[in-house]
Design a protein around this ligand. Sequence first.
Ligand SMILES: [Zn+2]
Length: 537
Amino acid sequence: MPDLILHHARIYTQWPHHPWAEAIAIQKGRIIAVGDNDTILALARSHTRHLHGQGRLVLPAFTDAHIHLFDLARRRGQVALYDATSLENMLARVRDHSHGLPPDAWVLGFGWNESTWPERRFPTRHDLDAVTEGRPAVLWRTDLHAAVANSEALRRAGIDAHTPDPPSGVIDRDATGQPTGVLRELAINLVRQAIPPMTEAQAAANLQAVARDLHALGIVAAHDQRMKDHAEEGPEALRLYQRLAARGDLPLRVSCNLEAAHLNEIIELGLQSGFGDEWVRFGHVKLFADGSLGARTAWMLEPYENEPANTGMFLTPPEEIAAIIQKAHRHGVAISIHAIGDRANRTVLDIFEEALVGGSNAPPLIPHRIEHVQTIQPEDQPRLAQMQITASVQPIHCTDDIPNTDRLWGARGRNTYPLRNLLNLGVRLAFGSDAPVASPNPWWGIHAAVTRERRDGTPPGGWYPEQRLTVAEAVRAYTLGPAQAIGQAHQQGRLAPGYLADLILLDQDIFTIPPDDLPHTRVLLTLLGGEPVHQIS
Ligand SMILES: [Zn+2]
């Protein structure tokens, strides 16, 4: 018998048998019936709670299929600097933040981007020293590939003029050889190691705070992506999620990546992709094929515009990637691999093809996936569908990257995030945000996929508008697509009997409003396993 009935709503179920409904009955966290008001309300008993939907739109709740969830939790309480308008403005924010901290606390922040400032230069340790009152400070750049530390942080990390650059890292130095405070790539780890780790209680509290924000956006599930080269982060995150889930306190359903460096142990233990339950599961092993567009390290078939010698780079030799993928595929372990450039995507598809042709006694129970799939040649696009590989795409990156793409790839923009082509070819799309690299707001993501315009309406009519999606297609890519990507489409991504009672109630009908209004959608109610985790009246 239902413990909750939501009625008088416009329920978009994504259940082919019954695509629209008025009411839904929930018992012990799952949906037991979906239908018209009379039929469902007739199921009510004395203890059944009622929720009146006021005729509003209800959708399956969202999954963010590419989010650095644990990193978001770790950064909670740090100062966010995304919208600092100048170096001076950034320093003022850091001063305010620092001033509110205990005298010996670390001042931590992220998100600064000097390319949008009038000063057009990186901050230095001297800039930070002036606003941090002797506290150690580290502030990450928005791409997380560089950070600036102040003099006290460098001192605690033991970095001075005599410290050599670590492998794959650079300590920037001034004319006299002294560190400027700017640390690049793996040099950042030198100061990161000096920052005291979070306690489990702190990490749990931070995760709850992050989850509250995500619930308010309509997100109740995450495919957690590890940060590259943060070796200790994976075990910390997995431990935390399991311990919270055991207490019934995990605020999101999480599918975790494991690090490729542990593939042998994963195989030796007999772990299979998909292992776990509806709260915490092992999804994929994460690999990186190439770099990024902004850093001009995405691996391309043809050189970058105006840079005839640069075609980007493969981060790991293709033979090495191939060996890892072959091995994983033979042992039931699904791969998630970052690929941005058209050559990276082609090479990764070649490698998958060879692994799949080679066969396996124990192919993974869930599909392999490529993260980003930013630019892919037309002849390679059908191969994703043929091999059933998930395209894990972040629509806000598409619109954020328009200027870089036009400048660095020119006409190849037409093969960039070709979402309409991919759907027409039968490719499974799973949408995410890449937060904290971009905002986790899925309404911004849906707007980007549907309009291919930025939220200021540029470029009018959309960038390569032939690749736009419908609202329904974008919703599917935030719900059913991610569920399929982790083998959970039998209980997530639809509102149907037997499914988990994860749903959202919206303040506007996103299927009929002008697309410009999509980013302003407000979630009035979020149910996770039948329990309200967010509600505004
Ligand atoms: Zn990412």
